[in-house]
Design a protein around this ligand. Structure first.
Ligand code: FES
Ligand code: FES
Length: 126
């Protein structure tokens, strides 16, 4: 299958790959897996006291579209509030990367990773 240019760009030059120290109190982690294919995505967000996402890292064991989706999402969330980040939809990701229908679940994985990380944020704050 042909990947779009944006997918190839993110795949070849992934942004914000890596991990933060999970013991850093400002760091939350979202770890999700895709039942359809077994791919796994870890997204970490560094969130300041005002609820602004200052930085993001990802590690994805998966296909090119999953790597591109997570790379894109780390760029999108930076500087956003947690509320704004929570409103990022997989359809936005799929559209930006021009993902074909069989690769939609890869973008869903990225949306789920954001949600999982923000879930931890809520739990930590409570
Ligand atoms: Fe990676 Fe789907 S398992 S291509
Ligand atoms: Fe499963 Fe891409 S093929 S995440």
């Amino acid at each position: 299958m042909a990947y779009s240019e944006k997918v190839i760009d993110h795949y070849e030059n992934p942004r914000n790959v890596g991990s933060f120290d999970k013991d850093d109190p400002s760091v939350v982690t979202g770890m999700v897996g895709a039942p359809a294919c077994g791919d796994v995505m870890k997204l970490q967000l560094k969130i300041n006291e005002s609820g602004i996402i200052e930085d993001a890292r990802f590690k994805t064991y998966g296909c090119g579209s999953a790597i591109a989706s997570s790379s894109l999402v780390t760029e999108w969330v930076k500087g956003k509030s947690v509320e704004e980040a929570a409103s990022i939809k997989n359809t936005d990701i799929a559209e930006e990367l021009a993902l074909p229908p069989v690769k939609i679940h890869c973008s869903i994985l990225a949306e789920d990773a954001i949600k999982a990380a923000l879930e931890e944020y809520k739990t930590k704050k409570a």
